[in-house]
Design a protein around this ligand. Structure first.
Ligand SMILES: Nc1ncnc2c1ncn2[C@@H]1O[C@H](COP(=O)(O)OP(=O)(O)O)[C@@H](O)[C@H]1O
Ligand SMILES: [Mg+2]
Length: 282
């Protein structure tokens, strides 16, 4: 039996090998989720690796991956599944002609959506329920019930049991407060912007061909920009895009000229852009 420390280290290594560099807090939360069989609720600013973590866990543990992208008004039908009316009607007509069974509430007439597919999958799986804060509260409570009881009931069809030790990730950008019950049932993980050292590592992992000086210049600038009072702080994706832009334009470092030409890649708001230019370009 491996010690917890070894297992956490091995999760760190597996994730890194799959292009995701976790900090210790991320690795330990994934470890605990596997051991305690609890969902992980991830919050934090946009672009800090919340969505990506679940994909990386899926790859690292070689699991089937399912995803629900939440939005305002998303329904049970889109999460669990819905009846295929056309097929049902066709079956009714056919069975009348043939005078055979008229049962249209069968498995084959039910279109399965990600939650049900993940539940009944007979291989180890991961499901990402992305941006749960965008879904209505009723959907949130339904999901919790399903996850808590490890079963889903579909009217007229029956109850489905969870067929594998599904790992569940929920992410939220905190557009609304989640239900207490949700927080209560999940392990909580806050993913903040990475430290300077980690962000350098992340960018280097994602763009191995990037000159080290350039990566350092950009990450240092980004980290300073994030400390400013801006409407929208740059994400890790923005850092990566900035480095790629500079490489494409054949700049090997970040100086006043290349800064001015390219800072628009990371700042999508005119006021923010002016503030940052005022700060960096004297
Ligand atoms: N720890 C990390 N290791 C590797 N890449 C990361 C890491 N964190 C973030 N990224 C990169 O940042 C990008 C944005 O991450 P994403 O998961 O989409 O953000 P979020 O869901 O938090 O808005 C991804 O494309 C991913 O490649
Ligand atoms: Mg996301």
């Amino acid at each position: 039996m491996n010690s917890p420390d070894d297992e956490i280290k091995s999760i760190e290594n597996l994730l890194s090998a799959n292009g995701y560099l976790p900090n210790y807090n991320i690795a330990i939360t994934v470890f605990l989720s596997l051991k305690l069989k609890k969902p992980i609720l991830i919050e934090g600013p946009p672009g800090t690796g919340k969505t990506e973590l679940s994909k990386a866990v899926g790859k690292a543990l070689d699991r089937d991956f399912f995803r629900i992208q939440c939005y305002e008004g998303i329904t049970f039908e889109q999460i669990v599944g819905e009846w295929n009316y056309q097929k049902q009607l066709l079956h009714l007509e056919m069975s009348r002609l043939k005078e055979s069974s008229e049962d249209v509430f069968q498995n084959e007439f039910f279109i399965k959506r990600p939650l049900l597919s993940a539940f009944i999958n007979n291989k180890p799986s991961v499901i990402l329920i992305d941006e749960i804060d965008k879904a209505d509260e009723e959907v949130e409570s339904f999901l919790l019930q399903a996850l808590g009881e490890r079963q889903i009931t579909v009217n007229d069809l029956g109850t489905f049991e969870m067929n594998n030790d599904l790992i569940v990730f929920l992410t939220s950008n905190s557009q609304r407060n989640l239900l207490d019950e949700t927080k209560d049932r999940c392990l909580y993980l806050f993913i903040d912007y990475p430290s300077l050292e980690r962000e350098i590592e992340i960018v280097t992992t994602l763009i191995p061909e990037a000159p080290q000086i350039l990566v350092e210049n950009v990450v240092k600038a980004i980290q300073q920009i994030r400390k400013m009072n801006l409407l929208k702080k740059p994400s890790i994706r923005a850092t990566v895009d900035w480095v790629k832009t500079l490489i494409t334009l054949k700049h090997d470092k970040l100086d006043d000229e290349s800064f001015k030409d390219t800072v628009g890649v990371v700042l999508k708001n005119q006021d923010d852009k002016k503030k940052v230019e005022g700060h960096f370009l004297k």
